[in-house]
Ligand binder design. Sequence first.
Ligand SMILES: CC(C)(COP(=O)(O)OP(=O)(O)OC[C@H]1O[C@@H](n2cnc3c(N)ncnc32)[C@H](O)[C@@H]1OP(=O)(O)O)[C@@H](O)C(=O)NCCC(=O)NCCS
Length: 155
Amino acid sequence: MILAKKNNLISIRRLEEKDINELYELLQGLSEKAKKFFHPHSFDLNTLKNICKSKQDHYFVMTLENKIIGYSFLRLFGYENPSFGCCIRNGFENKGYGTMLTQWTTEKAKELGYKKVILKTYKENISAQKVYKKVGYKIIGETEDGKEYKMEKKL
Ligand SMILES: CC(C)(COP(=O)(O)OP(=O)(O)OC[C@H]1O[C@@H](n2cnc3c(N)ncnc32)[C@H](O)[C@@H]1OP(=O)(O)O)[C@@H](O)C(=O)NCCC(=O)NCCS
């Protein structure tokens, strides 16, 4: 999918093996605060290589003029409903890209035939909650330790 935003060429597509080094650099370059909120898996090269080969889960990258500025996924963990997660490259936040990537990935889940997308987000992660609410996710509970909200969107 290709979108034009403010004259910049944005594209969102599946993660490919050729993206791994750039994704590695994006993940390593996340701020300490972002890393506190976003730790879905290890950020080492081996993990990223394995992710690329996944038959069950779905991983995507968002590019701005061919530079990877976002990463998102739908992961099943053996369950029926995929879990969503995303991050935006350090320095590219608060420009609407996170909302765009969340919206696109959620629509992709529908296209793939899923009925619901679920996610967890730290209560302190205000910008993520703003994005998720804007895209239509609702808070349905919290984790046992009380630190995160559980959210979902029916498709
Ligand atoms: C969460 C994240 C994906 C959002 O991406 P983004 O590109 O910054 O999102 P957007 O620009 O579309 O929207 C961010 C919104 O939060 C708002 N916001 C940012 N910081 C805020 C703050 N401290 N208080 C209130 N609102 C805030 C912005 O104003 C914007 O809202 P608006 O569109 O109404 O103006 C991105 O910040 C990120 O990668 N964070 C680190 C990883 C992470 O936390 N991932 C989610 C794990 S659940």
